[in-house]
Ligand binder design. Structure first.
Ligand code: ARG
Length: 422
């Protein structure tokens, strides 16, 4: 039994009660050590769950084999890309979801789904506890544990990295001792990576030195802008009611569309963000993000939405978008306010149909063309030509007089107040 202080929260497992654990397994060092460590120290059985959210370059059969070799009762690999795109990315796109000006929330959007799947599979396989590999310093522990505690009050959680007090050295020693294969060199700690269809984050190493400019080897996905093609490329993104449905004139499923957008964006060095973030657990942290698909799709969506919305909607919605992004960042996916906000996002997005053309060039993405049957736009009215139809230039002076009335009065009052002073 691991030596442990008594649980702080109601959903934390009492070590004596742990019989069968559903482990969220990535195949990496932490969760592989965990797989052995849970069997040994809790004398519990372990079922592994590996979730495919579209992280590139993963060998799922190798992960499954490794889990079984390390004693897992079974290792389930779930392809959740469609569900991730449909249930998590679609609402995020409708809410132009970002946190802190530039982070498109791919990790924050993935965690509630991973945790919900953990709950489903834990119930199916008779597990009493869910284990994950998050540390005690990040947002991911909040997102996973809040989800489990919300959806499955009967299940408990354990977070061994938070309690086992092994550093990387000790973990490697433990792995060696227990015949756990350790990938790659062990001298330099790798970046801490998390990725899915919507983007990739790197943390750790020199990234923690705020004064250190990005080193090239962190960019595993996106071409460095300096090496991107000298020719610009135009991409068009077509939306129906806020949902991306076509790329460059071809209709695609959302997963295929995002994979294609990521590929084009990577080629042109799009979507790199060097980001300082206020974590909800109080820390300020730097991340390097590569989010080419999000950079393309969100830029296009934002533009199309502005075109079909009125000035009042355009003034109002960014505040709600920010609130939506913050709730999701902060691990409260299941909070009713999020679905309340979704109702508004859906109402606005009912009009968001049309096509946006973007120009990609050496790391930059800019809108170049727009078209929509719902644009609140009339070229004849907007042009400098003679007035007519719905717009009378002769009406403008009357408008200006009334529109500026209070401001003019207030200005005079302030001037009058100043006259008496010397
Ligand atoms: N800072 C980001 C967030 O909190 C990314 C976290 C990446 N997670 C990881 N385990 N490497 O959403």
């Amino acid at each position: 039994m691991p030596e442990q202080a008594p649980p702080t929260a109601s959903y934390e497992a009492d070590p004596a009660q742990v019989r069968r654990v559903l482990l969220l397994y990535s195949g990496g060092l932490d969760t592989s050590v965990m797989l052995k460590w849970i069997q040994d120290s809790y004398e519990a059985e372990v079922v592994c769950l590996t979730v495919n959210l579209g992280q590139p370059g993963e060998d799922y059969s190798a992960i499954e084999d490794k889990a079984k070799r390390l004693g897992a009762l079974e290792c389930r690999v779930v392809d959740a890309r469609e569900r991730f795109a449909g249930e998590f990315l679609v609402p995020a796109i409708k809410a132009n979801a970002e946190y802190g000006d530039g982070y498109p929330l791919f990790t924050a959007l993935g965690r509630p789904l991973i945790a919900a799947l953990a709950v489903e599979h834990a119930r199916e396989t008779g597990c009493d506890t869910i284990a994950h590999g998050c540390t005690g310093k990040g947002n991911d522990q909040v997102r996973i544990e809040a989800t489990v505690a919300t959806l499955a009050p009967e299940l408990k959680t354990i977070a061994p990295v938070r309690s086992w007090q092994m550093g990387r050295e000790e973990e490697i020693a433990y792995a060696r001792e227990h015949g756990i294969p350790v990938k790659g060199g062990t001298e330099v700690a790798p970046y801490s990576i998390d990725d899915n269809l919507w983007g990739r984050s790197s943390e750790g190493r020199w990234i923690e030195d705020l004064d250190h400019a990005p080193e090239d080897d962190v960019f595993q996905l996106v071409t460095r802008p300096e090496e991107a093609p000298d020719e610009a490329e135009i991409v068009t993104v077509e939306f129906e009611q806020g949902v991306p449905v076509g790329l460059n004139g071809e209709r695609l499923s959302l997963v295929a569309l995002l994979e294609r957008a990521a590929e084009i964006g990577c080629r042109h060095g799009i979507g790199v963000v060097d980001h300082i973030e206020d974590r909800i657990v109080g820390l300020k942290v730097r991340d390097i993000y590569e989010a080419p698909a999000a950079a393309i799709v969100l830029t296009a969506h934002r533009e199309l939405e502005r075109l079909v919305c009125t000035i009042h909607q355009n003034q109002f919605k960014p505040d709600l978008d920010r609130q939506w992004g913050y709730l999701v960042y902060a691990g409260l996916w299941w909070e009713p306010l999020r679905s309340d906000l979704d109702a508004y996002m859906d109402a606005v997005n009912a009009q968001v149909t049309g096509t946006i053309g973007l120009k990609l060039y050496k790391g930059s993405v800019g809108v170049v063309t727009r078209s929509s049957p719902n644009a609140v736009y009339d070229a004849d009215l907007a042009s400098f030509a003679e007035s007519g139809g719905l717009f009378s230039q002769a009406a403008s002076p009357g408008f200006i007089e009334l529109w500026s009335l209070q401001s003019r009065m207030a200005h005079r009052i302030r001037q009058r107040g100043g006259e008496g002073e010397t």
